[in-house]
Design a protein. Sequence first.
Length: 280
Amino acid sequence: MATTSEAPHQIQEEQEALSLSVAFQTYVRQLPRDAKRSAQPEIAKFVRWIGGQRAIDTLIPSEIGEYNEVFGARTATRDATERLSAVKLFLAFLKKKGHIEINLAQHLRLRKSRTAASKAITMANPTRSVRLTQSGFNEMTKQLSQLQDERIRIVEDIQKAAADGDVRENAPLEAAREAQGMAIGKIREIEATLKVAVIIDATEQDSGRVHVGSKVELTETGSGKTLKYQIVEPNEANPLTGKISIVSPVGSAILGHKLGDEVKVKTPSGQQVYKVVKTS
């Protein structure tokens, strides 16, 4: 009887596993307790980076590569490998379950290069400033306030769930604790960013060149397709709103170039050539 009653729930869970956040919760629940303890924080960090509400079938290799560049090069090779392995197994799980068609796990790998070493040194420096646009700073401040309110609500949910029966087999309590961990992690991340944030002053920048904070218009020379982006630091990047990171394939390629330049960019679909037709 127990098997019959659980089947509809499992089917419903699979049907609802459309967002990255839902997929994360589904994956973590089936992990052994010890594995869950070590893997959950790392996967939660990945989910926050990409966006919990993102549909899992919209994930693209360049985003995974960007995550690899930023978080995989922060510490020693062995430590970085351990941290990335949890996310790699999660992506492999999504592929195995048929949620994604591309094997995104293969894009999580360490790159032993001078560039990576330089980034590791920079990111390990707690005094490093983070350049943000004014809109990005405002959005982070707003998000921090919302998360702080959410944390209070989650604490209430935990108290209610803890009062309900055996805490060892209490799914609502476990879910609330997972949500609390994600909220606290994101709060700390935003607070750390805002603490060292420097608002970009567009009047002090060369308007003829692409820099952090620039709004650019590119033309793909092969197809004539027009693309519009704003170049930002990884903390502020959000491809869904047109904000791409300086460590993304396109962002890193066009950074520093001037109006009229043609730039070659290596993308998952092959090499593309873009012309900078507008920058502000």
